[in-house]
Design a protein around this ligand. Sequence first.
Ligand code: TXA
Ligand code: MG
Length: 315
Amino acid sequence: MRTTITNDPREAAAFIKRGGVVAFPTETVYGLGANLFDEAAIEKIFVAKGRPQDNPLIAHISSIEQLLHLAGEITPTAHAFIAVFFPGPLTIILPKAAGVPSAATAGLETIGVRMPRHPQAHELLRACGSPLAAPSANLSGRPSPTTWQAVAEDLDGRIDAILCGEQTEVGLESTIVDCTGSVPLVLRAGAVTLEQLRTVVSATTLAVPNLAGAIRSPGTHHRHYSPQARVMLVDDSRLADDGPTAAYIGLDPPPPKQEFALQYVCSGLDDYAHELFRFFRICDEAKISVIYCQTVAEAGLGLALMDRMRRAADH
Ligand code: TXA
Ligand code: MG
């Protein structure tokens, strides 16, 4: 299959309307979209990514009206979060509506829905006229793509088109919050922080204290976010061992006499999140054998960053 590279949302939408699969930028990471109501197109997503069939997809919408066709019920906590965080990097889990194909939700009775705030994603969704089912646009198991080149690296020749934009703003995937019960549960930490969610619904709870027992969000038990290199977490930049095939990323600079093949000192948490997955991919290209990642405090965006780094280290 030839993969068309375009920056025209309408050209990209034409592939979707013909039952194709198209990668597109969002504010979190690039997604791989197909018409949510076209089961054959959804199947192509799983094939292109090599994605396990038991891992449900997130529905991407451009209007609240579309949500009414996807969710059987919009719970009070969902209403509250939608009012504050849509459009943006938040996915809410709700009971699914009867008409939603089970292929999109991997047979679950719930559906994850998010409204991206990225202008190109919005234009693509508008031009398609239907919600898009979309996971991250990487081969299953690899770090999520934050640039269109990273999408091409994994999926060139396997998908119909790439709608190309800039490097994504956040760099980590959306926060997922289960709103089906009375207490909202955060299934995956992300750019909308636990603290921010609690300003809206104070009872919001972290369902999965990062790694352990990730059961409620089926995808979280699969291997994820992993570069080829071994990832080692270090609390102090001085604990990282340098060498010709070692790399370092963190907030503090390593001691000046240390020589890493690649190193990146982040200007803050936002920059760390923005660059982490790209750095993983650059390290793979450079045949790095071990990547030292400096840990951060698990507050604010630090919770999501530590979650992704732990997963990357855990294989
Ligand atoms: O930022 C994002 O969320 C990106 C962009 C493209 O929107 N998408 C993304 O999708 O990260 P994906 O498929 O890589 O991760 C979706 C996660 C998976 O862990 C999946 O199991 C979980 O969401 N998920 C989807 N539907 C669910 C549901 N009904 N209940 C629980 N977890 C669900
Ligand atoms: Mg993914």
